[in-house]
Design a protein around this ligand. Structure first.
Ligand SMILES: Cc1cc2nc3c(=O)[nH]c(=O)nc-3n(C[C@H](O)[C@H](O)[C@H](O)COP(=O)(O)OP(=O)(O)OC[C@H]3O[C@@H](n4cnc5c(N)ncnc54)[C@H](O)[C@@H]3O)c2cc1C
Length: 395
């Protein structure tokens, strides 16, 4: 079969690959092709909690998340896409050991313009009267935070990209990179060769699969994480806010129905390194029990919930829990955009524009992609918060 030609080839049709496709297409850099081995949003994106918040522990990430939140609020009105964003509010609970960090981080976020309140337990109880807050010393409350639909968001990005001329090819895997003399020349796919002088690897947990024989592996580890569905009993149906329980690493994400998705990001919840092509897609019994017990400890009425199982998914973890947005130091024209470590959904509208800057050499985004340079892992300049929380792997 004759090879096809493209100027830019994007590998991966998750929320980040499609956002990059849309952003690049707005810059007219020539022909853009996106290749996805399954359907769009069938990787980590489709199983995401898709929570949208501004609270972060680094100023740069707060600013990115704030701009991205505006996108989720405004884009449906401006562009007519239903991203199913619901501003449920988000409450973060802290015990004694993280109370000082929470107060300081709340202050920093407010200075950056985030609508976030610092609450004592009495005020928190007014928001979630059925919670047991005995161990809670302080809370942060983001009334404008919420969640969107990750599949709808990805398809919206893809549709906008297609309108601007991007070709999207699904059910086609990239099998290998074509590298000659230290330059990328294209890729081999399951349906033939595609020539391209720029290739962007946006394959999340699979990011190292393609690099193999051509480049040093990225510091990205595929970690299996699990989510558990609890149908709340009638007494708890009014619990619609997202709760992030920093005392134990649990989080609770409702979806506008009486169902709550319970996740965990304590260190012991994130120990399972897996092959991204062969991992448990359902939740394990002992994780269901662990997460449900945490839910009952915080909201005793969860003891009357109905468990509807759960699922396994993947985080593409880096050592500092933040992504790499960079050109390969060894393959000219080959870019890696991966390692979002479980928090890349909300940032995706902003990430697309940052990567468009990186690839085109333009500076249209207010956010600096060099913050996420690959070399930070060797320069002893990891993205570490000034005031981290003790129970979370990523912040
Ligand atoms: C359980 C869970 C909860 C989460 N909750 C949140 C949250 O609340 N808020 C938030 O901001 N983020 C959250 N995240 C993180 C967020 O979902 C991810 O960071 C984001 O979706 C990653 O998108 P991506 O496009 O980079 O990767 P992916 O969605 O994984 O996309 C990569 C794509 O590459 C494709 N691919 C791989 N190899 C090849 C190949 N060789 N050829 C062609 N295609 C290939 C895959 O099929 C896949 O579709 C969560 C993630 C999980 C798993």
């Amino acid at each position: 079969m004759e090879p096809t030609n493209s100027d830019i080839l994007i590998i991966g049709g998750g929320v980040n690959g499609t956002s990059i496709a849309m952003a690049l297409a707005g810059r007219n850099p020539g022909k853009i092709t996106l290749v996805e081995k399954g359907g769009l949003a069938t990787g980590a994106t489709g199983r995401s909690g898709a929570m949208v918040r501004e609270h972060y522990l680094n100023v740069e990430l707060v600013r990115m998340a704030s701009d991205a939140k505006i996108f989720f609020e405004e884009w449906p009105k401006e562009m007519g896409y239903d991203l199913k964003f619901q501003a449920t509010g988000r409450i973060l609970l802290f015990n004694e050991s993280d109370a000082g960090a929470a107060i300081a981080n709340g202050e920093m976020n407010r200075t950056e313009g985030v609508n976030i309140e610092t609450l004592n337990p009495d005020k928190t109880m007014e928001l979630i009267p059925l919670a047991n807050l005995d161990d809670v010393k302080v809370s942060l409350y983001e009334p404008e935070a919420g969640h969107a639909d990750p599949v709808a968001t990805t398809y919206a990005f893809a549709k906008e990209a297609q309108k601007k001329g991007v070709e999207i090819i699904t059910r086609t895997a990239v099998n290998d990179l074509i590298v000659k003399g230290g330059r990328i020349e294209g890729v081999e796919t399951t349906t033939g060769k595609i020539n391209a002088s720029v290739v962007i690897n946006v394959t999340g947990p699979w990011a190292n699969s393609l690099i193999g024989k051509h480049d040093v592996p990225l510091p990205i580890t595929p970690i299996r994480v699990q989510m558990v569905h609890l149908r709340r009993p009638p007494k708890l149906e009014m619990l619609e806010q997202i709760i992030i329980d920093h005392t134990c690493g649990a989080y609770y994400r409702t979806d506008g129905t009486p169902n709550t998705l319970v996740g965990g990001e304590a260190p012991e919840d994130m120990l399972e390194i897996v092959n991204p092509n062969a991992f448990g897609l359902n939740a394990d019994h002992h994780f269901i029990t662990r997460f449900w017990n945490r839910a009952v400890n915080r909201f005793p009425d969860f003891a009357d919930a109905t468990c509807r199982g759960g699922y396994g998914s993947l985080y593409d973890m880096t050592p500092d829990g933040n992504p790499i947005l960079d050109e390969s130091p060894n393959i000219s024209g080959f870019y890696n955009v991966a390692g979002f470590s479980g928090h890349g959904f909300k940032l995706s509208p902003v990430t697309g524009e940052m990567v468009a800057d990186l690839v085109t050499g333009q500076s249209k985004s207010p956010h600096d992609y060099t913050f996420f340079r690959h070399s930070r892992f060797n320069e002893n300049s990891l993205i570490i918060p000034t005031r981290p929380y003790s129970t979370r792997v990523h912040q």
